[in-house]
Design a protein. Sequence first.
Length: 209
Amino acid sequence: MKIRNAKDFWAGLMFVAFGLAFVLVARNYQMGNAVRMGPAYFPTVLGGLLAILGALILARAFVSKLHGEHTVVRLPFNIADLAIAVVVFGALAWGSKALWGNADYGMLAAAVALSVAVVLFRPGAKPLMLILAACLAFAYLLKPLGLLLAGAALLFVGALGGHEYKTREVAILAVFLLVFSAVVFVKGLTLPFPIWPDALEPYVPSFLK
C-alpha cells in the first residue's frame, strides 16, 4: 500500500502510539468504573479514544487524494535533536532518582532545560515542546498545588506555544475552564483531585472546599 498523505500517516501513528502508551501505563493502577472511577479509568478511556482516532487518520493516509506539497511533512527538528532530548530526559531522570530516590525532579528539570533550548535554537519546534512541558507541569504539580494552580500552569505554559499569546484572553479562558473542571470532575464526579494546596486549606471558605 502506498502512503498518499505523509501528514496523516505520521499524525495517526503518533496518536496511536500515545494512546496505546496511556492504556499500557494505566494497567498498573486500579480501573474502577464509570460511577466510581479509579486512577486508571480516565487515561484508559482517553488513550483508547486517541488510539481509535489515530487509526482512522492512519487509514486515511492510504486513501487520500492529496498530491504535491500538501503531502510533504517538514519537521521543525531532526533525528539528532530528538536523540538529544531523549538523552537529556533519561540522564536527568536517572540522576534525580539516584540522588533523591525520585525521578520527578529530573523530568521537570529536563522539560525546563529543553523548553529554553528549543526557544533559543529551534523556534519552529516551540509549540510542540511547550505543550509537552505544560502537560508535564500539570502532572507533577497537581498533587502539591491542587487542580486550580496546576491547571493554570497547564493553560498558560501551553498558550505560550501558540502563534499569538494574549495574557488577558488566556486568563479568562483559564478561569472558565478551571471553575468548570472543579465543579464537574471534583464536585460532580467526586474524583480525588485536590483543588487547593494543603497549606491553603485552612483559609479556603467551606463552600469552596
